[in-house]
Design a binder for this molecule. Structure first.
Ligand code: URA
Length: 222
């Protein structure tokens, strides 16, 4: 790592500590390269073309639309969910159902950003039947696409929504989401913060306060 980059990392660390963060070192990242050695293009339009024609896993058989992700391709903040639900499958857009409406509200009220300012994607780009959790195999097959999106967007902060998104992206299967949420985890060039999934908040409105606190920390880092 270049000295200047090291210095920038150190500055971020001191800033985080001043905000009262605990800092977690890099968890084991998923070994996605070993599954499919995909040479993906470093161009969003070309990448999207490839993804929209993907049939690498069985989710492609039941999907109506591929949900590539949407938002600002130069975003500072990126959200990663688990996988498309039924409204997302119908429309081809991420987080547009009930939990999506709550996510938009969280972005606007806590981060004081517009939904279009951030980038929103999922671990898997096709809806798992009956909204089941994507299998590890499905997640690992799809992950190179998300990792390429992350590389191209190069966000400062990645917020994973729910346990599944955190586990599959970070490769950390040991930490419980209730313990790790709100903490900063090092992830490639970015800071990753796990928080609860909006659909969990719809079922447990009293947990909204934790997510609001997490987003306050994110706002302080912007
Ligand atoms: N839940 C997710 O995890 N992603 C979506 O896009 C919608 C609901």
């Amino acid at each position: 790592m270049e000295n200047l980059q090291k210095l920038k990392h150190l500055q971020e660390l001191y800033k985080l500590r001043a905000f009262g963060f605990d800092y977690y070192s890099k968890p084991k990242e998923p070994q996605v390269e070993s599954k499919f050695d995909m040479q993906l293009p470093s161009n969003f339009t070309k990448l999207k073309d490839i993804v929209l024609n993907c049939s690498l896993c069985s989710l492609s058989k039941s999907r109506k639309n591929i949900v590539f992700g949407e938002g600002n391709e130069n975003a500072t903040v990126m959200f990663v969910g688990e996988g498309p639900g039924s409204v997302e499958d119908e429309t081809g857009r991420p987080f547009v159902g009930r939990s999506g409406q709550l996510l938009s509200k969280i972005i606007e009220t806590t981060l004081e950003l517009k939904r279009e300012d951030v980038y929103i994607a999922n671990i898997v780009k096709c809806r798992p039947p009956l909204n089941r959790v994507p299998t590890k195999d499905e997640a690992q097959t799809c992950l190179p696409y998300l990792l390429k999106q992350i590389e191209l967007i190069d966000p400062k902060i990645i917020i994973t929504l729910g346990a599944t998104a955190y586990q599959y992206l970070s490769g950390d299967y040991d930490s419980s989401i209730s313990k790790i949420r709100g903490e900063i985890v090092e992830f490639k060039n970015a800071m990753l913060m796990p928080t609860f999934h909006p659909s969990f908040l719809l079922r447990n409105p009293s947990a909204k306060r934790y997510v609001f606190n997490d987003m306050k920390k994110v706002k302080a880092l912007l």
